[in-house]
Ligand binder design. Structure first.
Ligand code: SF4
Length: 755
């Protein structure tokens, strides 16, 4: 599993000088976040200082982590770069494609069967290009990363929104799309808007039923699901230092639910203990030598309001356990108010299922605290009222807690242990119910609880709490029960109360595992063949996109003039299409099928200028492609907002669309278009959108002198012979113009590698 000690040494060797230079340049003490960000600027970017929330900056992350669903296209694209190996240490984790139906062993073997071609591809491509491969059953990406790769002061990007989990061990860890992962693995810089900073000061010390989960449940209630947008949340204060490293991981993980770019804690004795406990004493020693740079400056923490954009203070002495939900993770209820909220809102009081574990809450500490409650079901003669599932986050944790008897404790009260995978957290779960139309309640220790997330049923009211609170509710079976204060009648007719949960941060006998599920890559991957069945419907090797022809582009048909909102979901729908995310041609059959045609207000119905008939957008574009005719897509404001999905840029490129002309772009989508060698243009005069008619053809003029900051012209040929010439703007810099000319950024890297 080999963490890369040399890479960590390199980071630490520049940490001090970069911090010093940044202090001097900014003229102020630094937060921990700023120290890490300045340490990871590219050489060119390091010459400047940056305004938070304004400047876009080039970073050089240390690591890339990918989950199996999003890794497919990232790696297919990476293969185009022509590199023999990834530019930075990278790993793939097989966790999202495993369905939880019966129990760990059966579900795992079904998943291996059903996803064989995807796993074979990921294993072979990892082997070839120097990427660590974590097999199905090894665990959930973020837990495995925390146990093996996260390190204080590092910077990582991951193709999953809960990548920030590694912030628990002091890493700036940010969730991205596959295109970004591909760039960093290919050796390109990674761009991020310099984030704003939110400081959360934790004072006091938790006790009793309160756990780290309650900190983030409380923070979510304060900041709401949008409050962290564009910001990194930095936790500090004596309360922060009292939390275990895995507890900090829980807080950072669920920080994704407030929209934060990421969350982070400083390095402390708990981080050191966790590094040593997970057999990374060398990293702890290295970190100890630079520890003054692995936390914010004392002046910052003494007067945080001077240095953060927003400061929140939470007293852990008085923090109550929380239950958040239903339908949103920011509806926060202290446990003392929850029963009343359930009654007043008419939420179903009967609890049907409780689920613990996931990447968010499956540490040794979590399991032991929950098990201390589960144990009381047996010792106090309580009958478990609701269904109960346990999803371990990794094989390391699963093996260790089984060895120490805790899985047996859960099974003793009727719990079912599921595979070490995402399973029910992402709806990959066979929910048992006699009537799906009935309003019903479930509670999890996961992080997301939007409608339909866990079981696809809009009638399910999902709540979120700590694993020990979930376990107590499972035994009681009633959401109006307060585990801290209320009594229950046991099987002998006696009134009994729960004792407070007790947890163990790190296993007394140490962690153990027989087979962690790791496959190291070949030392020399040149002979390794990447396995893709040419007949596969799920995977397809990519061909490089063709380079620009060197002339103005003329005679383009209008594929669609999209009206109103056109997000990446409208451009490349998710849902059932996700199974094709590794097959560009097949997934292109969803291209723009959600966009509304301006001329008839219908989705997926556009005029085919070759036949005069109306038909689906992808089929129409395939006709143009077959006839060797390019096309243009016209759009409204903020075109391409939403997820950073690279398919939304790759599909039009693949099917022969030459330019996207809109009133304005969502920035990430605009960049994705540029990376794929597409033209992303905006109307200089937004009113010109109204000049576009259904039967128009288009010439894009000025490309032979394509220059940063210099607008282009579009000649619109209307039916009947009239023309309009309009000015269109672009934001291509010199490098991005080279991407356009070469037919895509990866074509440039491949050419450089071939030299
Ligand atoms: S367990 Fe849930 S939150 Fe965690 S990575 Fe899997 S799907 Fe995402």
């Amino acid at each position: 599993m080999a963490f890369d000690l040399d890479m960590i040494k390199q980071v630490y060797s520049r940490l001090g000088s970069r911090v010093e230079a940044a202090r001097k340049a900014t003229g102020k003490p630094l937060t921990l976040t700023e120290k890490i960000l300045y340490t990871h600027l590219t050489e060119g970017a390091a010459q400047h200082t940056y305004t938070r929330g304004v400047d876009y900056v080039d970073f050089a992350p240390d690591r890339v982590a990918m989950q199996d669903a999003t890794a497919q296209m990232a790696l297919l694209q990476f293969m185009q770069a022509g590199r023999p190996k990834v530019a930075v240490p990278s790993t793939v984790h097989c966790d999202h494609l495993i369905q939880a139906k019966i129990g760990a062993d059966t579900d795992l073997s079904t998943a291996k069967d059903q996803n064989k071609e995807v796993y074979d591809f990921l294993a072979s491509v990892s082997d070839k290009y120097g990427i660590g491969f974590w097999k199905p059953g090894a665990g959930i990406i973020h837990q495995v990363v925390l146990e093996n790769y996260a390190f204080p002061g590092g910077m990582m990007i991951g193709t999953d929104s809960h990548t920030p989990n590694a912030g628990g061990l002091g890493m700036v860890a940010i969730g991205v799309g596959g295109a970004d992962a591909c760039d960093v693995m290919a050796g390109l810089p990674w761009e991020l808007k310099f984030p704003k900073l939110i400081g959360v000061k934790l004072t006091g010390k938790m006790s009793g039923w309160t756990s780290a989960k309650d900190v983030i449940l409380k923070v979510a209630g304060i900041l709401t699901v949008k409050g962290g947008t564009g910001a990194i949340v930095e936790y500090f204060g004596d309360g922060a230092q009292s939390l275990s490293a895995t507890g900090k991981g829980t807080i950072c993980n669920m920080g994704a639910e407030i929209g934060a770019t990421t969350s982070i804690f400083g390095y402390d004795t708990k981080s050191e203990a966790y590094l040593r406990g997970t057999e990374r004493a060398e990293i702890a020693d290295l970190a100890n030598a630079v520890k003054e740079h692995l936390t914010g400056d004392a002046e910052v923490y003494a007067n945080p309001e001077l240095y953060f954009d927003q400061v929140i203070e939470i007293d852990l002495d008085t923090l109550e356990p929380h239950v958040n939900g239903p339908f949103t993770p920011d509806l926060a209820w202290p446990i003392s108010k929850f029963a009343q909220a359930v009654k007043e809102n008419g939420w179903p009081t009967k609890l049907e299922v409780g689920l613990i574990g996931s990447c968010t809450n499956s540490s040794y500490e979590d399991i032991t605290r929950a098990a201390s409650i589960a144990h009381q079901a047996v010792t106090k003669n309580l009958k478990t009222a609701a269904e109960f599932t346990i999803t371990p986050g990794s094989e390391l944790v699963r093996y260790t807690v089984e060895r120490d008897g805790y899985l047996g404790t859960f099974e003793g009260m009727g719990g079912v242990v599921l595979a070490n995978a995402c399973g029910p957290c992402i709806g990959q779960w066979a929910r048992h119910t006699d009537d799906p139309t009935r309003k019903n309640s479930i509670i999890t220790s996961f992080n997301r609880n939007f409608a339909k997330r866990q079981d696809g049923n809009p009638n399910t009211h999902a709540f979120v709490a700590s694993p020990e609170i979930v376990t107590a509710f499972v035994i009681a079976g009633d959401l109006t029960f307060n585990p801290l204060t209320d009594s229950m009648t046991n099987e002998k007719g006696e009134q009994v109360k729960f004792d407070e949960p007790m947890g163990i941060e790190l296993p007394v006998k140490g962690f153990a595992v027989e087979d962690a599920g790791y496959q190291a890559p070949a030392l020399d991957g040149s002979k390794v063949e990447v396995k893709v069945d040419p007949k596969s419907s799920r995977l397809q090797l990519l061909d490089p996109f063709t380079a620009w022809e060197g002339t103005d582009i003329k005679g383009l048909k209008l594929l669609i003039k999209a009206k109103g909102k056109c997000t990446t979901d409208h451009i490349s729908m998710a849902g059932p299409w996700l199974k094709f995310r590794g097959h560009l041609d097949n997934i292109s059959n969803n291209m723009l099928i959600g966009a509304i045609n301006y001329f008839n207000d219908k989705a997926d119905t556009v005029k085919n200028e070759l036949t005069g008939e109306y038909g689906p957008v992808p089929a129409t574009q395939r006709d143009y492609k077959a006839a060797g005719i390019g096309s243009i897509v016209v759009g409204d404001e903020n075109y391409g907002e939403g997820s950073s999905r690279e398919h939304a840029a790759m599909e039009p490129r693949h099917l022969g669309v030459r330019a996207i002309l809109v009133k304005s772009f969502a920035r990430i989508h605009e960049t994705n278009l540029k990376k794929q060698g597409m033209l992303g243009l905006t109307f200089a005069n937004p009113e010109d959108y109204n000049k576009i008619l259904e039967d128009d053809t288009f010439d894009i003029v000025g490309l032979t002198d394509f220059t940063p900051g210099k607008p282009l012209q579009v000649v619109i040929h209307h039916k009947g012979g009239l023309t309009d010439t309009i000015t269109v703007n672009h934001t291509y810099n010199a490098q991005q113009i080279e991407w356009f000319k070469a037919g895509g950024a990866l074509n440039i890297i491949r050419a450089q590698m071939a030299k």
